[in-house]
Design a binder for this molecule. Structure first.
Ligand SMILES: Nc1ncnc2c1ncn2[C@@H]1O[C@H](COP(=O)(O)OP(=O)(O)OP(=O)(O)O)[C@@H](O)[C@H]1O
Length: 296
């Protein structure tokens, strides 16, 4: 598949601080990628280099096969960054129309008002919008030119529940139309539900890269739980392959394991007395914490 974004050995140094450290990353067209990492990990710096707003100290960045600062590339990019700058004296509808006028094939104004949940605010001055509404305006502006690659930097901060839901529905619909979407977020459940791929950055370095389930399985392992017969003991369970912990709740037991496939085989072979068997994956939140801790 063609790469929409290609970073090769990219570093960014601010005075003493290495904000991004030798990052190599390729993002295929049509994927939704969530860039995760703790505060100061280098997410915003990475996005701003992909967008051509900052020059890497070392390495190369390609966006849609070209230079991010090339106008032909810029015409196909939409970005919703952390600070939305609204224009004094322009109403919401006029602001969106101004952005639409920069592009050859803009999306219709009504559609942009609808997906940003700003229909009722169309004739309000943009400067009079609340913080959450301004972010939604930022979303409408990012989509105005019907871009092929969309960057969303902590997009849902300050959005209420309804706007958030509508926002993610729209992002999913965009992805369904083959758009490439790169987002950063601290809301891991959102990344889990929307992203095809998760890239975790810490101290400017890539520390994990995979689908949400791969990231979860790699770090937290899985849990097998069942209702155990009276003869089943903690000692016997701890002796099984890959079992790292055993937790009881009445007769229901939870086995934490690094290798659930082998564990299931062993449970069956050893004829453990089991009912109501369940297999669960750990959450992305746990995986993220574990990854960052391992890396520090
Ligand atoms: N213009 C700048 N001058 C100096 N240092 C900077 C500058 N921009 C970022 N940094 C530093 O680079 C590092 C990475 O910052 P960046 O904003 O990319 O992190 P982030 O992962 O986006 O964090 P957050 O989750 O808090 O938004 C931080 O240590 C930050 O202090």
């Amino acid at each position: 598949m063609k790469a929409a974004i290609q970073l090769n050995g990219v570093s960014k140094v601010y005075k003493e601080k290495k904000a991004v450290d030798d990052l190599t990353l390729s993002i295929a067209e049509g994927t939704v990628v969530a860039l995760l990492g703790p505060n100061g990990a280098g997410k915003t710096t990475t996005v701003s280099m992909i967008l051509g707003m900052h020059q890497p100290t070392k390495g190369t960045v390609k966006l849609l096969g070209g230079d991010p600062r090339d106008q032909r590339v810029r015409d196909r990019i939409g970005a919703m960054l952390q600070d939305v700058s609204v224009i004094d004296g322009l109403k919401v509808g006029e602001t969106i129309d101004l952005f639409r006028s920069y592009y050859k094939k803009p999306l219709p104004l009504d559609y942009l008002l609808k997906v940003s949940n700003l229909k009722a605010e169309k004739n309000k001055f943009a400067t009079a919008l609340s913080g959450g509404q301004q972010r939604r305006l930022g979303f409408a502006l990012a989509l105005a030119g019907d871009p092929d690659v969309i960057f969303l930097d902590e997009p849902t901060v300050g959005m209420d529940v309804t706007s958030r839901q509508l926002f993610w529905d729209t992002v999913k619909a965009m992805a369904g139309r083959g758009k490439t979407i790169v987002l950063t977020t601290h809301y891991l459940e959102e990344a889990d539900s929307v992203a095809d791929r998760i890239v975790v950055i810490n101290n400017g370095k890539l520390i994990a890269d995979g689908t949400p389930s791969e990231i979860k399985a790699e770090t937290t392992g899985r849990v097998i739980s069942f209702v155990a017969g009276q003869a089943v003991t903690t000692e016997a369970l701890l002796a099984l392959p890959g079992v790292t912990d055993v937790e009881w709740s009445g007769r229901r037991v939870k086995l934490y394991s690094t290798d659930t496939d082998r564990l299931i085989v062993a449970l069956v072979e050893n004829r453990f007395d089991m009912r109501d068997i369940e297999i669960q994956s750990g959450g992305l939140e746990d995986a993220f914490q574990a990854l960052v801790q391992q890396a520090n």
